[in-house]
Write a protein that binds this ligand. Sequence first.
Ligand SMILES: CC(C)(COP(=O)(O)OP(=O)(O)OC[C@H]1O[C@@H](n2cnc3c(N)ncnc32)[C@H](O)[C@@H]1OP(=O)(O)O)[C@@H](O)C(=O)NCCC(=O)NCCS
Length: 151
Amino acid sequence: MCSDEEVMRHFPKTLSEEETTELINRLKEHFDIYGYTYFAIDVLETGEFIGFAGLKNQEWESDFTPCVDIGWRLKKAAWGKGYATEAAKACLDAGFQTFGIKEILSFATDTNVASENVMKKCGMKYVGNVQHPAILNDSRFKHCVVYTQYS
Ligand SMILES: CC(C)(COP(=O)(O)OP(=O)(O)OC[C@H]1O[C@@H](n2cnc3c(N)ncnc32)[C@H](O)[C@@H]1OP(=O)(O)O)[C@@H](O)C(=O)NCCC(=O)NCCS
């Protein structure tokens, strides 16, 4: 999934297997500390892994951070079936009810219509734009939209 150029087209680059393992390890560490992370998504009927969605603390500097964000990434074959929206709604509920988080934000480049639609379909509201420092120098990703939801 992380090495697929289409899946990663709103990110600076695809990830190698080693970089993906590092990402998974960072997500596991986050889970050990906070109890939440970007969770794996399996199709319940088949057990097939199709991607991730979840909650993560974001510490990079901006008007909207530090915060807890919600994010998602699915294998291409799983797109367009409502899985991202279903997973996102479940993660928002868990964030507010299980983990007592007061506000959850979501970020996407303004060209990532699919991701912004997931935010809207979860009931999140647009609150502004931000520049992510990690992608500041890449003109493709200059503008990110920010959505929020309160508990
Ligand atoms: C973002 C992502 C998870 C959305 O997955 P998905 O399967 O399209 O999500 P859902 O089916 O739950 O719903 C998304 C909504 O956006 C719509 N949509 C999807 N792709 C779209 C596109 N390119 N243009 C316009 N609308 C789009 C869908 O039709 C759906 O709305 P609908 O139910 O009213 O038809 C998926 O595209 C993905 O993994 N992208 C790559 C990783 C990524 O960019 N992650 C987000 C980083 S911020």
